[in-house]
Design a protein around this ligand. Structure first.
Ligand SMILES: Cc1cc2nc3c(=O)[nH]c(=O)nc-3n(C[C@H](O)[C@H](O)[C@H](O)COP(=O)(O)OP(=O)(O)OC[C@H]3O[C@@H](n4cnc5c(N)ncnc54)[C@H](O)[C@@H]3O)c2cc1C
Length: 273
């Protein structure tokens, strides 16, 4: 591992000062991705800014029309929050499906979203729920935030402060897990908003998380599993790896979306894979 300086600020203001004063800073959240990456020499920050003592970043609050989740909120916090379960139950369910207990107690929403792993769960929720990523300098819609595999709209040195989720009429998440890591081979998040249905898919797309707009249009007219009949995703747009081929992934997206729509329609989301 390369040499680096380490700082642990306790306020947001001090964090931003440090961030702006360094040429090559990196933010340390849960460290589950960043530390192994540094050990392998694939990331070599001059300055590592540890966010774990910044209390402003762990706030989770109810807004007029939704929830604000601070960047340093752990997955376990989101999974067990009464406010999230009440307002956006599908989001709490998704957080509870991430990794295992250790991963959920350490990993953060800010780290997950900034990392934009193509198999991560949160990006599907942010996209389907039409969330806003609030950074130290601007608001970015989820539609604009996720750019490509491990690539986001964040500029170098830009920090996520919180994610703002509007509430929806109903929503849910289903994933088919890779049994060892528990990352999504395919994960589908469906949200019914007053303005229409949004369907987001993680784990499957060759360019990372994406919205399945054909399914959204079909479900807008008829929110039923049958509305998906005849729709098919192009396998050439899907990932293919040792865990699952592209045709299999395309099929799984359709199966999971259908099951989720059925479950949400019946207002009892008890389906798990
Ligand atoms: C065994 C294992 C299983 C896992 N299973 C799953 C799973 O099933 N589903 C899933 O979705 N994820 C899974 N993960 C990923 C994990 O849950 C974390 O979300 C992920 O590692 C990143 O979060 P972190 O808080 O650890 O971030 P870190 O590793 O600390 O940081 C990741 C990146 O984000 C940057 N960053 C951190 N915070 C901010 C911020 N506020 N603003 C800007 N940039 C920031 C860092 O600089 C770094 O580049 C798994 C991880 C492990 C180790």
């Amino acid at each position: 591992m390369n040499k680096f300086d380490y700082v642990r600020p306790t306020t947001l203001a001090a964090t931003l000062d440090l961030l702006r004063a360094s040429d090559e800073p990196m933010l340390l959240a849960g460290g589950q991705t960043l530390l192994p990456t540094m050990k392998q020499g694939l990331a070599a920050p001059e300055l590592l800014i540890d966010l774990n003592a910044v209390s402003e970043l762990v706030e989770l609050s109810v807004t007029g029309d939704g929830i604000r989740v601070g960047a340093m909120c752990r997955h376990a916090t989101v999974a067990t929050s009464g406010a999230v379960r009440d307002k956006i139950p599908g989001l709490a369910e998704l957080a509870g499906m991430i990794g295992d207990v250790q991963v959920r107690n350490r990993g953060t929403i800010g780290g997950s979203v900034a990392n934009n792993d193509p198999a991560a769960d949160y990006p599907a929720a942010l996209l389907a729920l039409d969330a806003t990523i609030r950074t130290d300098s601007r608001d970015i819609s989820a539609d604009e935030f996720f750019v490509d595999l491990f690539e986001t709209a964040l500029e170098p040195g830009e920090m996520i402060r919180e994610v703002v989720f509007p509430s929806c009429r109903s929503c849910g998440y289903l994933k088919f897990r890779q049994p060892a890591s528990r990352f999504a081979i395919v994960g589908v998040f469906v949200a019914r908003h007053r303005q229409g249905v949004r369907v987001a898919v993680t784990g499957a797309g060759s360019a990372g998380v994406f919205r399945w707009t054909e399914a959204e249009a079909a479900l807008d007219g008829n929110f039923a599993q049958q509305a998906l009949t005849g729709l098919a995703l192009d396998p050439q747009q899907m990932l293919s790896d040792i865990h699952a081929g592209d045709t299999y992934r395309a099929h799984l997206v359709q199966v999971l979306t259908g099951r989720l729509v059925e479950a949400l329609g019946a207002r009892s989301l008890r389906v798990r894979t």
